[in-house]
Design a protein around this ligand. Structure first.
Ligand code: GZL
Length: 359
């Protein structure tokens, strides 16, 4: 069977997708050798914006001063670790605990189940945790666990997703990104990359957390403000998962064959969408552009390969900042109630040079 160039590109991509389980990692989609930069990952440490808002001190919180090298620290992770964001986040916390020499470090994983996160946190408390680092699954619902910690004046540092609770009372501080800004920046990338004209499908994250709400509002509001010829033709959740991102995109492409761009609220869904685009006989990054948020190596490599169009970073490496915040807090320093990290971004112009910073 004689294939034209587009057919060859699709075939090689589909074959590659099949070979590597749709990750398309290290595969090229343009038929040219654009092997991604495989230099070792430079751990792109988080940088926080200067604290401007309210603060919280040990005295304010009514906690007791604890020496981390003599302490038991518990970490409650939310989602199952089949997403590089979660893997990198847990690794960062674990590595920093070891680097600091925490006497006892215990980590749990709620497997994306709220009831399990509540029981995990209660278990950490029963095992003697004197400080808790929590990556909340949802913005609401952790109240029973937060109360259990509060009753023992155990300080809770939240990372990653923000709780609908009271800082410096229910928890000490929130460390995380500005998710509205991430959505806005993704919209700006899409507007620039499409030349201002596109029919866009939005792959929403999981419901019940502020990350999805904010990444959606930031994106939609920026499209309204700066993309008059950009039309959002569909919004559907892919639950931050690759397989669901693929299945939802397959359906959306059938019901909206004129879609020319995808905005996925995390890279895993964006990579699932890429597989669906290939399966539909179209060329990702060209026939249908893809923009997402996180900064995983799998996605950034696809930008290098010309089969993906933009990624806004959501840096998961909270270890150093979480523990430096705890150290300051224990030394009596008033720490910010909201500590907002600054995120980088990847596009076709910089992806080759910056892929080593992806996770
Ligand atoms: C963001 C985090 C999000 C990631 C997704 O801080 O909560 O959850 O962007 C993950 O990859 O599912």
């Amino acid at each position: 069977m004689k294939m034209n160039r587009k057919g060859r590109a699709l075939f090689s991509a589909a074959a590659c997708a099949a070979a590597v389980g749709l990750a398309l990692t290290g595969c090229t989609n343009t038929g040219t050798s654009t092997a991604a930069d495989t230099t070792s990952a430079t751990e792109a440490a988080q940088t926080a914006a200067p604290v401007s808002g309210p603060t919280c001190s040990l005295a304010d919180y009514k906690g007791e001063k604890i020496d981390l090298t003599q302490a038991t620290v518990g970490f409650s992770q939310s989602e199952k670790e089949d997403n590089p964001f979660r893997i990198a986040e847990t690794q960062s916390i674990t590595d920093e605990a070891a680097k600091i020499g925490v006497k006892k470090f215990i980590k749990t994983n709620a497997q994306s189940t709220l009831s399990k996160q509540i029981s995990d946190i209660n278990d950490l408390i029963s095992q003697g945790a004197q400080i808790l680092i929590v990556a909340p699954l949802n913005s609401d619902g952790l109240e029973p666990a937060l109360k259990a910690a509060r009753d023992k004046n155990i300080p809770v540092i939240t990372i990653d997703r923000k709780l609908n609770a009271t800082a410096c009372t229910d928890y000490v501080s929130f460390l995380g990104s500005n998710f509205v800004e991430q959505g806005k920046r993704a919209a700006d990338q899409l507007i620039a990359g499409t030349g201002g004209t596109a029919k866009v499908a939005v792959l929403l994250g999981s419901s019940g957390n502020g990350v999805t709400t904010d990444r959606t509002s930031g994106f939609v509001d920026e499209i309204k403000a700066a993309g008059p010829n950009i039309t959002v033709v569909a919004q559907q959740t892919g639950d931050f998962a690759r397989d669901k991102g693929q299945s939802v995109t397959e359906q959306l492409l059938q019901s909206n064959p004129d879609i020319t761009a995808i905005y996925a609220e995390n890279d895993e869904m964006g990579l699932g969408a890429q597989a669906a685009i290939i399966a539909a006989g179209k060329v990702p990054g060209k026939d249908i552009q893809i923009y997402s948020i996180d900064g995983t190596k799998n996605a950034v490599e696809q930008i290098v390969a010309g089969a993906y169009n933009g990624v806004i970073e959501s840096n998961p490496r909270f270890g150093p900042l979480a523990f430096s915040t705890i150290q300051d807090f224990m030394n009596g320093t008033a720490v910010g109630q909201d500590i907002i990290i600054q995120d980088s971004e990847y596009d076709p112009a910089n992806a080759q040079a910056k892929v080593g910073s992806a996770f």
